[in-house]
Design a protein around this ligand. Sequence first.
Ligand SMILES: Cc1cc2nc3c(=O)[nH]c(=O)nc-3n(C[C@H](O)[C@H](O)[C@H](O)COP(=O)(O)O)c2cc1C
Length: 161
Amino acid sequence: MSDILCMFYSRTGNTEETMKEIAAALEAELVEITDDVDRSGLRGFLRSGKEAMRRSTHPLEKFQTEKNLEDYRLVILGSPVWAGRCSSPIRALLKRRGLEMKRVAYVLTRASERHYEEIYDQMDQYTAQKHVLAVSLRPKSVGYAFWRDKFIQDVKRYLEQ
Ligand SMILES: Cc1cc2nc3c(=O)[nH]c(=O)nc-3n(C[C@H](O)[C@H](O)[C@H](O)COP(=O)(O)O)c2cc1C
């Protein structure tokens, strides 16, 4: 049973791929979350952007973790950037369960050059303590593997302390 839980939402697979790579390297438990909303196609894209801007959320589909959230040494949350904010399913998770997570780290995936580091602080509003580590990755970019691997090493070092 792992001490690290990786949870993610992914609309089109980027965040899923990244979180699978990170979870494998850390031998962490991996759990996908989703809400009860159809986010496919252009309509789904527009709806998702609007919800992110309004910070509105929907109920999450039921998910299961091996332990209670407060019993993990670290919960790593993976979210795509939506309209300069975190995705609304991850916001829904944070709103409902954020206070149960004792230590959190964030992984953002994005399409543009911008890093959107202000999103980390927005996510911290829902957690018991500020995040301990975070990374913003642009899938398929030149620096992607470097920054992903640095994050993995930083997590390992952090947990050795
Ligand atoms: C509604 C919506 C809004 C987005 N807004 C941004 C944005 O503001 N900045 C950015 O760099 N990428 C933005 N993107 C692109 C995604 O963050 C990026 O492609 C991400 O890796 C997708 O992850 P996924 O495949 O796990 O869903 C947006 C995507 C969607 C669907």
